[in-house]
Design a protein around this ligand. Structure first.
Ligand SMILES: NC(=O)CC[C@H](N)C(=O)O
Length: 438
């Protein structure tokens, strides 16, 4: 039976979507001539995994060139009607080469890491907490309002567009949990409920697509760029995660140290240990590092804390004191969600494998501790530019091996080319180059 049976026959196109190493969401669309088909694919060049965020061309040293095709096969379980684009359906694509999953596919990478966690009996759930700006347009960067954090006036100014975003997101099966205006002028936050990680990463793509499209329909512009205004709050995309076994959330253990289960403690220690390398993937462009500053709840220091919003990893308590999840703050929406989640999972599993010990939690603002004392406490500053993070990544055998030879080489090549170009731009030039990309 055709998988399209449940959708209206008015649909003319199926967008098969992929997110590349540069975190650009792209699609080729198949014209739907009949509803009989159940396998949908389009061909793309292998070189698509070697394209930087700035231009449509193949970067050097990526091991990829103009020769060679892969096909992008729709994951039929993700087919969704697009509420903001009548006549279009969307499916997430998986890249195949010679009828095998292609090693460079970022969605395939996350699938591999999900399987890896499964070998430990672990099922991981996650959600991305997006902040984004609403602008009158992207040319002169005029915000839709100039209101402060959680302003009800901002809610009223942006009521129609936000309600349309929420309806559109929910129509695609995501669960909206909260909405509030964030601290920057025109900055907003809509949070989505957690899900299995592959679905959570797909949700991140669907969310960005929807917010951007709905804003356009309302004659304004949304942007997830991490830092648009030098003197206003940046847009993070904090990653919330919980560990599950046999259908139960095992993050919490009332008798565990800091009320964490052994698994959660090792996992968090693994993520912390690898964070200076992970940042090459979780905060991947020059603009990302302009957001990560002390006193901005963005995770500038390599530390964790209990309910500490300045720590890069915050263990979150529930009203009854239990712990259901933890949050990685050092992540933004310039990160490819499949790569970011996959690499974070690999880091956490390394913590489990090696029984990494969690250091003492930091229960103050690490930005307020003097440099010397911070050193004594073992709290390191995290990388302050992509090139340092990329070097850490390149030397990190655990994460590099998990990516595999081809994907890691292409990723590093793309990111180094982006840095080569972006490092010489001033902030205005950088923002105008990137504002429409995320
Ligand atoms: N409310 C918040 O958590 C603020 C987060 C902050 N805007 C960031 O960049 O990460």
């Amino acid at each position: 039976m055709s998988v399209l049976k449940e959708f209206s026959s008015d649909n003319k196109f199926l967008r098969i979507v992929w997110c590349d190493n540069a975190n650009i969401i792209r699609s080729k669309s198949l014209r739907l001539h009949s509803k009989a088909n159940s396998i949908f694919y389009v061909g793309i060049s292998k070189a698509q995994q070697a394209v930087p965020v700035i231009y449509d061309g193949v970067v050097p040293d990526s091991l990829l060139g103009p020769v060679g095709e892969v096909y992008l096969k729709a994951d039929n379980s993700t087919i969704t009607q697009l509420p903001y684009a009548p006549g279009h359906l969307r499916a997430m694509g998986d890249m195949y080469f010679n009828d095998e999953p292609w090693q460079y596919c970022t969605r395939g990478y996350l699938r591999r890491m999900v399987d890896h966690a499964g070998e430990y009996g672990l099922n991981i759930k996650a959600s991305f907490e997006n902040e984004f700006y609403l602008l009158k347009n992207s040319d002169n960067l005029e915000s839709v309002d100039s209101t402060p954090f959680a302003s009800t006036l901002s809610m009223d100014v942006n009521h129609e567009v936000i309600m349309d975003m929420v309806d559109s997101v929910e129509a695609q099966g995501m669960v909206v949990e909260q909405y509030y205006p964030e601290a920057g002028p025109g900055q907003q936050e809509i949070t989505i409920g957690y899900d299995d990680v592959l679905r959570a990463a797909d949700n991140q793509i669907m969310f960005r697509e929807t917010v951007n499209a709905v804003a356009l329909k309302h004659g304004i512009k949304a942007s997830f760029l991490p830092k648009i205004f030098p003197d206003s709050s940046g847009s993070g995309c904090h990653l919330h995660m919980s560990l599950w076994k046999n259908g139960e959330n095992i993050t919490h253990d009332p008798s565990g140290k800091w009320k964490l289960s052994k698994e959660a403690s090792y996992f968090i220690a693994g993520v912390l240990h690898h964070l200076p390398s992970l940042m090459a993937i979780t905060t991947p462009i020059s603009n990302s590092y302009k957001r990560i500053k002390p006193h901005s709840w963005s995770g500038k220091y390599k530390c964790w804390g209990l309910d500490n919003r300045e720590a890069s990893i915050r263990v979150v308590s529930e009203p009854d004191g239990s712990i259901k999840h933890f949050e990685l703050k050092t992540l933004d929406a310039a990160a490819n969600p499949y790569l970011a989640l996959g690499a974070v999972i690999r880091a956490g599993i390394d913590g489990l494998d090696n029984k990494f010990k969690l250091p003492y939690p930091v229960q103050s603002d690490p930005g307020d501790i003097g440099d010397g004392e911070r050193d004594d406490l073992g709290i390191e500053e995290l990388p302050s530019c992509p090139v340092d993070a990329l070097e850490n990544l390149e030397n990190n055998i655990t994460i590099m091996n998990s990516l595999g030879k081809g994907l890691s080489a292409a990723y590093l090549a793309v990111k180094r080319e982006e840095w080569r170009i972006l490092k010489d731009l001033n902030m205005d030039e950088e923002v105008s180059c990137l504002i429409d990309r995320y």
